[in-house]
Design a protein around this ligand. Structure first.
Ligand SMILES: *[C@@H]1O[C@H](CO)[C@@H](O)[C@H](O)[C@H]1NC(C)=O
Ligand SMILES: *[C@@H]1O[C@H](CO)[C@@H](O)[C@H](O)[C@H]1NC(C)=O
Ligand SMILES: *[C@@H]1O[C@H](CO)[C@@H](O)[C@H](O)[C@H]1NC(C)=O
Ligand SMILES: *[C@@H]1O[C@H](CO)[C@@H](O)[C@H](O)[C@H]1NC(C)=O
Ligand SMILES: *[C@@H]1O[C@H](CO)[C@@H](O)[C@H](O)[C@H]1NC(C)=O
Ligand SMILES: *[C@@H]1O[C@H](CO)[C@@H](O)[C@H](O)[C@H]1NC(C)=O
Length: 441
């Protein structure tokens, strides 16, 4: 098939399932590779658009929490004012009470913008709706009956950016209880083993879904990511914009987007990096058990304090065998662990997305009224952060501060959990990367 994007629809039990297959020629554009470098694995990226008989036939007349948003906007909450870019649409979500559009610009905080509505034939519906960028990179719009696509402009009569489809977030019950939002991938260190170890760790902790964000990655690493997409455990959001930026600058966009993406889709969502493993300590049970045990409905976030575990080498480039896999798993290789950081210090959270008005990397900046955060004691849980000391010059810039928290000690995962993790990782990476015999012989 020659088309760049192949869309198809399946009619199952009266519900329309829409999918969009990303062909490798699209990806070769995104990554700047020639098409010969693009592997078969790229074809597996099925972008999930809509899984329900969506009731797009709804109009709303007011935006929820509008006055509160205007107040926070006046206070500059989440304002970044980073670089100069125009509007580029990343994703749009339709909730029961509103629409939210995520853009990739980080310099339009509080600016007036206009929401445009389109039907399934991309025909305009009605007049544009005036809104503001709040939080940074997010625009809330009213729902309008018949809308399948939305777009934005700076002035009401400007030509709208390419319209994008609404992702359905109108379901009554979240599909997942515990999911994980992962900071965007960038840089050249091999990540395939880190990804497997990360996913299998959180699966053992009861997570059932992963939101991955991808700015840069080798095609080899991409294969395992796509394999988790294949098995319905993950989705991958491509971070791309005609206004380019350094790899680390995608992080706040992921934070804002994943609040929107997980809202109504997951009851709880962790916000972590690929080298961070939220870990229960003396609490006997998984993270999921802990989340299910929270009786206080006002808790919108639980926060874990950090312990840094000294990582000093690059991860292996390619899969070799089971022995090598175990040898290089960060949880098996690195044990030199810092004292736990003070409350709040570079902490990480698991949040209920619908309670959050504005999110940050380490904590929610604003909760909606009636919600607040619970800080876990180190006896309940910590972040085990397998921090590479060389990356970002961490060993020189930050290590002293961390050393001041107290003495280092050797720590390992609890033996049974460690064993289960090793088994799961070895099995998955062998399945994905291990070469069986030539099937044509
Ligand atoms: C959408 O809603 C309007 C009024 O609420 C109704 O007249 C129309 O038939 C509905 N269309 C569909 C396709 O359900
Ligand atoms: C960005 O928007 C401004 C104002 O509409 C316009 O003058 C400029 O050409 C745009 N730049 C790009 C690169 O699209
Ligand atoms: C699908 O939509 C219907 C009607 O809005 C709703 O009752 C149902 O719970 C939804 N199912 C899922 C899995 O979200
Ligand atoms: C695994 O690979 C290493 C490195 O190539 C090699 O030394 C070792 O013998 C292999 N182990 C097995 C069990 O094949
Ligand atoms: C643990 O790491 C710290 C900080 O780099 C270092 O000072 C200490 O010597 C290490 N301990 C061991 C046993 O390697
Ligand atoms: C580890 O597993 C063994 C064997 O299944 C079991 O007897 C033991 O209680 C477990 N330990 C912990 C801490 O769960």
């Amino acid at each position: 098939m020659k088309e760049l994007v192949i869309g198809f629809a399946l009619l199952v039990a009266g519900c329309l399932f829409l999918f969009q297959l990303v062909d490798d020629s699209v990806l070769s554009g995104i990554f700047g590779f020639s098409s010969t470098q693009v592997t078969k694995a790229d074809r597996l990226s099925v972008i999930y658009i809509n899984n329900n008989c969506t009731q797009h036939n709804v109009t709303t007349n007011e935006l929820p929490y509008h006055d509160l948003h205007m107040k926070w906007m006046a206070e500059g909450v989440t304002k970044e004012n980073y670089a100069k870019a125009n509007i580029s649409l990343e994703a749009a979500y339709e909730y029961v009470d509103q629409i939210a559009i995520q853009i990739t610009s980080q310099n339009l905080f509080g600016e007036k913008v206009y929401c445009h509505y389109f039907d399934s034939d991309k025909k305009k519906i009605g007049e544009p709706f005036e809104s503001n960028v709040f939080p940074e990179s997010v625009i809330y719009c009213l729902r309008r009956a018949g809308t399948n696509y939305v777009s934005l402009t700076r002035k009401p009569n400007d030509t709208p950016e390419y319209p994008i489809p609404l992702l359905d977030r109108t379901m009554e019950k979240p599909e997942h209880y515990f999911s994980v939002c992962v900071a965007p991938f960038f840089g050249t260190e091999p990540k395939w083993l880190m990804i497997a170890e990360f996913v299998e760790w959180y699966k053992l902790q009861g997570a059932t879904y992963f939101y991955f964000y991808l700015a840069e990655m080798s095609l080899y690493d991409r294969i395992i990511l796509d394999d988790y997409v294949r098995t319905g455990e993950a989705e991958v959001v491509i971070m791309h914009d005609r206004f380019d930026r350094p790899g680390d600058r995608w992080h706040m966009l992921e934070i804002h987007d994943c609040i929107l993406r997980s809202r109504a889709h997951s009851k709880w969502a962790a916000f972590v990096d690929i080298d961070e493993r939220l870990t229960m300590t003396q609490y006997k049970g998984t993270i999921l058990d802990y989340l299910k045990s929270i009786a206080d409905k006002s808790i919108g976030s639980i926060q874990y304090r950090q312990r840094w575990i000294m990582k000093t080498e690059d991860q292996p480039e390619k899969y070799i065998n089971a022995t090598e896999t175990v040898k290089w798993m960060t949880t098996q290789r690195y044990t030199n662990t810092s004292h736990v950081g003070p409350p709040g210090h570079t902490a990480k959270c698991i949040v209920r997305p619908e309670t959050i008005g504005a999110m940050f990397i380490h904590y929610p900046r604003k909760f909606y009224p009636g919600f607040n955060q619970y800080g876990l004691t180190p006896e309940e849980g910590v972040v085990r952060h397998y921090r590479d000391q060389r990356f970002d010059n961490w060993g020189k810039t930050w290590l002293k501060e961390v050393a001041a928290f107290g003495p280092f000690e050797d720590t390992k995962l609890e033996e049974n959990v460690s064993k289960q993790l090793v088994e799961a990782v070895v099995k998955r990476v062998k399945y994905v990367y291990g070469k069986a015999q030539n099937g044509y012989k």
